[in-house]
Design a protein around this ligand. Sequence first.
Ligand SMILES: Nc1ncnc2c1ncn2[C@@H]1O[C@H](COP(=O)(O)OP(=O)(O)OP(=O)(O)O)[C@@H](O)[C@H]1O
Ligand SMILES: [Mg+2]
Length: 290
Amino acid sequence: MSARCIRTPGTHSSTISSVTNLTTETQVAPTRPQQTGAEVFAPVLPVDLRVTRLAKSFAGTLIFKNVSFGLSRGEAVAIVGANGTGKSTLLRCLMGLIPADAGAIDVLGTDVRGAKSSDLRAMRAQMGLVSQKHNLVPRLSVLSNVVQGLLGQSPGIRHWSQSFAPAASRAEAMAALTKVGLAHLASRRADRLSGGQSQRVAIARALVGQPKILIADEPTASLDPAAGEDVMDLFFDLARQEGVTVIFISHNIDHALRYGDRVLGLADGGMPLDARAKNLSAQDLRGLYD
Ligand SMILES: Nc1ncnc2c1ncn2[C@@H]1O[C@H](COP(=O)(O)OP(=O)(O)OP(=O)(O)O)[C@@H](O)[C@H]1O
Ligand SMILES: [Mg+2]
């Protein structure tokens, strides 16, 4: 997935890598079209997410500070870093699930740190989340689990189960299941699926509300390598088809380089790496784990 961003001086929030010593290419789409002498207007993609000088501590222990980056619509960014460097914490801050200590977060036009809870809910309804554990409701059917992906947009009992759901919601959930190749398992109980199937259902649940941003926190960590590859391929095929912006955490260096347009690396209480995947090698990323 490549975001056709336009580089404009002064619009970047680059962090020079002390880990990899790479030239970084952080780029944020400008808010106005770039004008050439020939009056040609290049396509400009909206900026879906912008984080500025973010800091987070837990009980006085610094997790990270001075974290800044932006994401254009349709861009895919991989977040890498050793255990405990704050990757999941960063995602939780972005979604407004936990408070940050300092800095600014703008997601889809919402000022996350200053927003009311109703505005945060509306923002989250435009985001899909796939976690390491699929977090399906075990006793419910596959279809009901996917219907629940609409709860962010339509809270209430009608989206607890497919049997209460409006026909349109059931149809959307079936369409999402078809996209992940599991329509034939719609009526199966979620606890009777394999790990790979469960993760596909979790992807369908994340996609059913047609999110603008998809977030995945180690989506393949509980899968064997072959199932993990399948899930990553599916996840990114669908994200590209839908033109969705993606943030994914991975400990798999190959996945980070293959599926990310950009790679952000957390280490030493900061984000020393922000570079285009095509300019990085596996060796560069291993430096983050030293
Ligand atoms: N609610 C919390 N209260 C206190 N400390 C926390 C809390 N959540 C996370 N931490 C700590 O913050 C640090 C960062 O945790 P986080 O889960 O973000 O790391 P991570 O980079 O996602 O790690 P992993 O690769 O293992 O998933 C860890 O030291 C963790 O123990
Ligand atoms: Mg984590």
